[in-house]
Write a protein that binds this ligand. Structure first.
Ligand code: NI
Length: 191
């Protein structure tokens, strides 16, 4: 009996402090197959509330899960949807409130999309400059936003190794826009 109770306690403990994606996150990641995901929009009141929440840290266990691989693939398909192409996307935009962003690296050969886990900007460098922005979650609005031209980014790569990088120009602007999503901020807040 004591052993059984211990087993139950261990199982409950595992569930309570389990660091994988939650059941509802897994539902969202698997929702309606494996293609383009629904992008949350401020035009929808429920979506709007979700877009305004802060996202949560990603664990190594999440990163190594089947769900992350699927989420990664689906976010990539979503940001490259021919009907609404973006240059970056944050996981909360597809309903997964985790610190994951994909950014198109215009500062790299071939301009690939790359994923950044638990990213933060640790230094803003130089000057701010105004530039036009839009957002997949904010239909039909574009506007000029002032952003730093150079940032120092700290993040985990997809092997969960901590890295730091200096990013400049338009790519730095995309990082600032996507990182705002993780704080529940939208570019229209600056207009
Ligand atoms: Ni956006």
């Amino acid at each position: 009996m004591k052993r059984l109770l211990l087993m139950i306690a261990a199982t409950v403990g595992l569930v309570a402090c389990g660091e994988g994606f939650t059941a509802s996150e897994r539902d969202v990641i698997h929702a309606s197959g494996d293609g383009i995901m629904r992008v949350l929009s401020i035009a929808d009141p429920t979506d709007s509330l979700l877009l305004r929440k802060e996202s949560l840290p990603v664990s190594e266990q999440m990163l190594r899960s089947e769900e992350y691989a699927l989420l990664r693939e689906r976010m990539l398909q979503t940001v490259q949807n021919p009907e609404a192409v973006g240059v970056g996307i944050a996981a909360p935009q597809v309903g997964v409130r985790r610190n994951i962003i994909a950014v198109q690296r215009f500062d790299k050969e071939g301009e690939p999309f790359e994923f950044f886990i638990n990213p933060e900007i640790v230094e803003f460098i130089g000057e701010k400059e105004a530039g036009g922005e839009g957002c997949l979650s904010v239909p039909e609005i574009r506007g000029d936003v002032e952003r730093w031209q150079t940032i120092r980014l700290r993040y985990r790569d997809e092997q969960f190794v901590e890295r730091e990088e200096l990013v400049e120009g338009f790519t730095a602007v995309i990082f600032q826009h996507e990182l705002d999503h993780l704080d529940g901020k939208l570019f229209i807040d600056y207009l």
